[in-house]
Design a protein around this ligand. Sequence first.
Ligand code: NAP
Length: 325
Amino acid sequence: MASRKICILGGTGFVGRHLANELYRRGDQVLVLTASRERHRELLIVPSLTLREVDVFDTPALEQAIAGQDVVINLIGILNERGHDGSGFKRVHTDLARQVAESCRKQGVPRLLHMSALGADPGRAPSYYLRSKGEGESQVMMQARPDVAVTIFRPSVIFGPGDSFINRFAGLLRLVPLAFPLACHQSRYAPVYVGDVVRGFADSIDDPDTYGQRYDLCGPHIYTLKEIVEFTARTAGLRRRIIGLNDFFSRLQAGIMEFLPGKPLSLDNYHSARVGNICGERNGLDFFGIEPTPMEAVVPTYVGGRTARDQYPGYRREARSGRHG
Ligand SMILES: NC(=O)c1ccc[n+]([C@@H]2O[C@H](COP(=O)([O-])OP(=O)(O)OC[C@H]3O[C@@H](n4cnc5c(N)ncnc54)[C@H](OP(=O)(O)O)[C@@H]3O)[C@@H](O)[C@H]2O)c1
């Protein structure tokens, strides 16, 4: 099969790096656009990967960069905006997403994969993040038609080496001794492995059945946030008591933390967490014939420096008590 020319926007991030590797393994030529080549120089070690400095918000520059590509993959996303009014989310998740689709159409790029998020909904979602992602989906579908074949992916929270979810909790747990106060502890997630997500992306490229489709992507088990954080603490070898905060204190903690450097938690995150982050009837991974990988098989390989085998006794105990699934 001839090598495909694939341009990734947001290819310098967590998912992007895994995807670039997956596509390289499959023999594709990968072009990653970045605002700063210098900041991501280490990506250049991936053979057949080109890293090009482009301001993706500069439409002529974007169009020039994607011209002649067989596929464009848009992974650009933010978890928090600088301000507090939703305009930052709209700029990245809606306006840029629409522009990317329109530019693909204008430049004759025939295939576009777009990354959204589980729970995205332009009207009913409770947070700016999820509403802007939902609006982005609608805009992408509208702009791309009929010339560009679009597939949209909507994962639950993604774990894997380099993630910011499990690793962030592991870091915070190390900082806070004994008891760890946790906002939104009852929120439910179906964490999905990054390796499964990028396989779904790569498998979809040449599959016409995926054109015009949206896929919710979930892992094999549903956990509350408290269970995930307890699992992270155990895996990192940290003895911590996780104290779930009630709604009032969750909101208060989010309201305070959104003014800390790096916004470890924001009110918008709090609003997102109010809806379940789990798949409905159908997990999109089924469509691709991908058996979802459990957190327990992977997280110990990058948190706590312990191997998965070291964790088996704990998992057996958990399985016997039937807590997950
Ligand atoms: N990780 C998850 O659990 C999860 C779950 C559901 C959906 N998603 C979605 O999946 C996508 C990838 O997530 P990720 O975890 O890989 O995120 P990430 O590690 O934060 O990477 C985000 C990427 O977007 C780029 N980016 C962000 N803001 C930008 C801007 N203003 N202009 C240009 N580039 C910008 C970043 O480039 P720089 O590094 O150069 O800034 C980076 O390459 C996002 O759309 C996210 O919403 C992620």
